[in-house]
Design a protein around this ligand. Structure first.
Ligand code: UTP
Length: 288
């Protein structure tokens, strides 16, 4: 039976080793894209798709995340006194975006393990998963695009794009009869395959609608690539039990946890901003 997607989970407990030293004391999910933390962009995508209950999986050293989505009475008072009306509205808006809950993953044992921490929150309904360091600029919120495919087809839906053969070793890769099709059944998923072993360059990119059967499967999933309990491995088992759809979503995706991805996001988001684009564009064109 197809159900409405009401809950979203954002794993944000990783150590961010690709972005050290910035992520030593600051969560990588709080890296700002111009002036908005990455995680806020992810929360806004979920809210735009009509989902209001969000669980963020955090860990030690990540309390800036909770503070960001909480009210800041002192700051509100100060902005009010200074007559900074717009800033005040923005700040108040962040703390009323959604119902946000938190749980700590006590050790970063992998993305699969992080998702397992959401079991009590999710219960027995299909749910959305969005990685806390992945953002997508799109006309329609990507998680809403996936929810529509789920409504049509049921099962589990993974958000994908072609990444080029030279990049397959960084991703979970889909084995399917037709990597060109916009929605296609997944035969097999492989985490971080060598280029020679990858059956396509269609990669899973940080957005999922998942059947709750995944929790029992993750519990039995052994550590895989990098010694971590991989969500991809659990989804691969799920694909042998029910339909898992690979959906090629529309939108420009950025991996903010990667240095180059972060820079690309910063430049392109700035160029899309009315208040910055003109001056920033002329600065960029002045560069040798
Ligand atoms: P990544 O593999 O990008 O995160 O996981 P990482 O382990 O922090 O990255 P590096 O390679 O060390 O730089 C994708 C998402 O899953 C979360 C991360 O926070 C990120 O948002 N994650 C990963 C967890 O919540 N727990 C984990 O054990 C691993």
């Amino acid at each position: 039976m197809v159900m409405k997607i009401k809950k979203a989970v954002i794993p944000a407990a990783g150590m961010g080793t690709r972005f050290l030293p910035a992520t030593k004391a600051m969560p990588k999910e709080m890296l700002p894209i111009v002036d908005i933390p990455t995680l806020q962009l992810v929360v806004e995508e979920i809210v735009a798709a009509g989902i209001e209950d969000i669980l963020i999986i955090t860990g030690r050293g990540k309390s800036a995340i909770e503070d960001h989505f909480d009210r800041s009475i002192e700051l509100e008072k100060l902005l009010e006194e200074k007559g900074k009306v717009e800033e005040l509205a923005d700040i108040k808006n962040i703390s009323s975006l959604a119902n946000i809950y938190y749980i700590r993953q006590k050790e970063p044992l992998g993305l699969g393990h992080a998702v397992l921490c959401a079991r009590q929150f999710v219960g027995n309904e299909p749910f959305a998963v969005l990685l806390g360091d992945d953002i997508v600029h799109a006309d329609l919120p990507v998680i809403g695009q996936l929810a529509s495919i789920y409504t049509e087809r049921g099962g589990t839906v993974v958000g994908c794009q072609r990444v080029g053969w030279e990049n397959v070793h960084k991703y979970g890769v889909v084995d399917t009869d037709d990597p060109e099709a916009s929605v296609v059944r997944v035969k097999r998923l492989t985490e971080k395959p060598d280029r020679s072993e990858a059956s396509s360059d269609l990669a899973v990119l940080g957005r999922y609608i998942i059947d709750p059967k995944i929790f029992d499967i993750i519990e039995k999933t052994k550590p895989g690539a990098g010694g971590e309990i991989q969500l991809t491995d659990a989804l691969n088992t799920l694909a042998s039990l029910q339909q898992v759809w690979a959906y090629t979503f529309e939108g420009r995706r950025y991996d903010v946890g990667d240095r180059l991805g972060f820079l690309e996001a910063t430049v392109e988001y700035a160029l899309r901003r009315d208040d910055l684009s003109e001056k920033f564009r002329s600065f960029l064109s002045s560069l040798k």
